[in-house]
Design a protein around this ligand. Structure first.
Ligand SMILES: [Zn+2]
Length: 169
């Protein structure tokens, strides 16, 4: 809730983030034409990401095909960078739509990607009382940003439309 309140005078968090440039300060990792991927300021686990369409849409049926497509791209990217940066062994991926379902930001659909490791079941109980420090988030951001650049580079194993040079692994 603190996070939501911190956005400018009740403006929707994701709408505000959609217009900002990616950076450590606003926790936005990347913005594409129709979607964004960002860190959750109050993570369930280290590396907790959120993927959302830029458009203020509150339901799955409200998303266009191209929005779904970019959303899926960023979900896939999230998986890859969390594996690369943190060696994530599993993921909880999902969304809460509507107040009664526990949505933190009402009216703007977003997908949570929470990395998991075997044996991390006690994570919340051991850290629930611990304040998340800004520099911890900052270092998480830096780590994921680096992983993203590596994953998205031509040698990162990603299929790109255009390959530059003839560099081979
Ligand atoms: Zn919005």
């Amino acid at each position: 809730m603190k996070y939501i309140e911190s956005s400018k005078s009740g403006e929707c968090l994701f709408c505000a983030k959609s217009r900002s440039r990616p950076g450590k300060k606003n926790l936005v990792l990347a913005v594409s034409e129709k979607c964004l991927v960002m860190l959750n300021a109050f993570p369930y686990n280290c590396g907790h990401l959120m993927v959302a369409p830029k458009r203020h849409v509150g339901s799955m049926s409200g998303l266009s095909r191209s929005e779904w497509s970019e959303l899926a791209e960023y979900l896939s990217l999230s998986e890859r960078i969390l594996k690369k940066a943190y060696g994530a062994q599993g993921f909880n991926v999902g969304m809460n739509l509507g107040r009664c379902a526990g949505a933190g930001v009402l009216g703007h659909l977003h997908v949570h990607v929470v990395p998991r490791w075997s044996g991390d079941t006690n994570f919340m109980s051991t850290t629930a009382a611990t304040e998340v420090l800004p520099d911890t988030l900052g270092s998480t951001y830096a780590k994921l940003r680096t992983a993203m650049e590596e994953v998205l580079s031509p040698s990162g194993g990603r299929t790109t439309k255009r390959r530059h040079g003839s560099k081979k692994a």
